[in-house]
Design a protein around this ligand. Structure first.
Ligand code: ATP
Ligand code: MG
Length: 419
């Protein structure tokens, strides 16, 4: 993609109405456009990052047998009244039609997925089943100052699984937990997992996937030696305590954001819709439901908060909008830009995603903009490269500079984007 053809532009100054670092940088770099507090549009570069995150999530959900669907986001109010959500869910956006009818905007999809599953799950032979979607959610959040980390419209992957027995649900639940850990790792995000283990306190099973960042709105304590982690809001544990799990480490407190969670919905939703299936003996039984959320746009915002530096965005290779930023210091038609043109073609042919800065702009400005955009590798084509056929490759995250001969350049870029 030629940079001269991208319709968005970067800006030097942070927008005055944004306090969150993620929104400031993403707006400056032209990745997103603010419509109002908590509502953003995703522009070409931002859409690519989000699509890359969504594809990783999709691959991992498919790998554990999830079946992707696309549910309606404009919901009949009747479904919400049936589950008690119409009056019980404070963040639910309610819409009054010009007719008498009322609607809700999807803030979660239990009210839609349960009747869908009910129609097709008639016998124990139809279970278990896991259904998911990746799409928009709407919530009337009171605070919307965290940029794309807390939206009133935002992206979420939500999966719902239906089971015959608690045991079967708990087995699948562990599978999803492992799949989430893999998903976050592939997206370049470190997470800790808090657990409410149920049993003794008769709580429902739940795991929260927490990314450590000061931009988060949760406080957690975690063990410095083992994997133990707890949400301060519910835990009896506090900083400095000895870890209740390993008995060795000390607990440390940190600010975090919840990027995903998985929990046990029990039989609440099937009961609300009188959803039963026939067991082996032909008797009516109520399925057990699990629900698994993952905030795709919050994940993107968290990557910005945790990886960006004073120069701008820094993307992990797995979600970056392009693998390579090819920066030509030439002018249209000169040797430098011809060399850059050919290199761009070769990289594209080799399957490397390239953003090619072919514009007639000062070198300093190009580099500053390149840093702001955060593409993992920058290849510079200047006089020296033309004369020596050796190119400067800059690693955005570390700033490390490598001199790579033309003959090794393709292999070098391909290797590093191969994950
Ligand atoms: P929070 O406590 O942060 O409001 P939640 O418990 O309401 O989160 P869920 O209803 O479980 O979250 O939603 C699943 C996932 O969707 C969350 O783990 C989070 O990653 C994401 N999410 C929730 N609310 C928002 C929001 N307003 N903006 C962006 N992402 C969100
Ligand atoms: Mg919430």
């Amino acid at each position: 993609m030629r940079q001269s053809k991208i319709f968005t532009k970067t800006r030097r100054e942070a927008p005055a109405d944004e306090v969150a670092k993620n929104a400031q940088l993403l707006v400056r770099a032209g990745y997103i456009h603010k419509e109002m507090a908590g509502v953003y549009s995703y522009l070409p570069l931002g859409r690519k990052v989000l699509a890359n995150i969504e594809n990783i999530v999709r691959e991992e959900m498919d790998a554990i047998g999830g079946q992707e669907i696309r549910m309606a986001t404009l919901h009949p109010s009747e479904n919400w009244k049936q589950t008690g959500g119409w009056d019980g869910v404070d963040v639910l956006f309610k819409i009054q039609s010009r007719t008498e009818k009322e609607y809700a905007l999807g803030q979660s999809e239990e009210e839609i997925v349960t009747p869908i599953a009910q129609e097709f799950v008639q016998s124990y032979k139809d279970l278990p089943v896991a259904i998911y979607q990746i799409g928009q959610k709407y919530r009337d959040e009171l605070r919307a100052k965290s940029g794309i980390m807390r939206g009133r419209e935002f992206g979420m992957k939500d999966m719902y699984s239906f089971h015959e027995t608690q045991e079967d649900f708990e087995k699948f639940y562990e599978v999803v937990k492992a799949s989430y850990l893999k998903t976050f790792k592939r997206c370049g995000l470190d997470v800790k997992v808090t657990e409410a283990s149920g049993g003794a306190f008769s709580e429902k099973l739940s795991y929260e996937f927490m990314a450590l960042t000061d931009a988060g709105e949760d406080d957690i304590v975690y063990c410095q030696l083992c994997t133990h982690c707890a949400n301060v809001e519910v835990a009896r544990e506090k900083e400095g305590d000895t870890c209740p799990k390993c008995g060795k480490g000390n607990l440390k407190k940190a600010r975090a954001t919840e990027v995903g969670n998985v929990f046990d919905l029990g039989q609440k939703y099937p009961k609300a819709f009188a959803f039963t299936y026939k067991d082996k003996e032909g008797k009516d039984q109520t399925p057990i439901v699990g629900c698994y959320g993952l905030g795709t746009t919050r994940l993107m915002g968290t990557l910005v908060e945790t990886l960006a530096d004073e120069k701008g965005l820094v993307w992990p290779e797995s979600v970056a909008p392009f693998a390579v930023h090819l920066v030509s210091l030439g002018k249209v038609g000169d040797e430098i830009s011809k060399t850059a043109d050919t290199l761009c073609d070769d990289l594209v042919k080799a399957g490397v995603e390239v953003l090619y800065d072919d514009r007639d702009v000062r070198a300093g400005e190009k580099f500053a903009e390149s840093d702001l955009l955060g593409i993992p590798k920058r290849i510079v084509v200047g006089k020296e490269a033309v004369a020596t056929s050796v190119f400067e490759v800059v690693n955005r995250a570390t700033g490390a500079v490598k001199k790579v001969p033309r003959s090794e350049l393709l292999a070098n870029c391909k290797l590093q984007t191969a994950n």
